[in-house]
Ligand binder design. Structure first.
Ligand code: ZN
Length: 133
């Protein structure tokens, strides 16, 4: 599997409007686009940092994965995303190595990317996302 870079860090916040001020006003990052990913019940906002991005995640429903994460652990880093060259091949390779996956097949994420999540049980408790753009 070829990992190209850390694509983004996903950070769960209660409110993007309230949470983004630290990233923009204090750190000086540029807010570059927001998007709602309806099937994931999440609103996202992107802040590029060099070759990677910070992605703020706000739940759009009380039963969404981000709302559940905040309920359990509070706001904070929710996932780390690696950009891979070929996501289908990467998933096949992980399956062959016996890695537990949340997504056996890629689905559509923000920005038209193909994404898939690995199960935190297989990754020392870190929710790992693979993405291909
Ligand atoms: Zn992500």
């Amino acid at each position: 599997m070829e990992i190209l870079k850390i694509d983004h860090l996903g950070i769960a916040v209660k409110s993007i409007d309230e949470g983004k001020n630290f990233w923009t006003d204090i750190l000086g990052l540029q807010h570059q686009g927001s998007e709602e990913v309806a099937p994931q019940k999440v609103k996202t906002a992107f802040f590029p940092v060099g070759e990677s991005e910070v992605e703020l995640l706000e739940s759009t429903a009380p039963d969404g994965p981000v709302a559940k994460y905040i309920e359990k652990k509070g706001e904070g880093i929710q996932h780390i995303a690696f950009r891979v060259k070929n996501i289908e091949a990467a998933l096949e390779e992980l399956k062959a190595k016996g890695v537990k996956l949340i997504d056996e097949k890629p689905r559509k994420g923000a920005g038209g990317a193909k994404i898939a999540f690995l199960h935190p049980k297989a990754t020392n408790g870190v929710l790992v996302e693979l993405c291909e753009r």
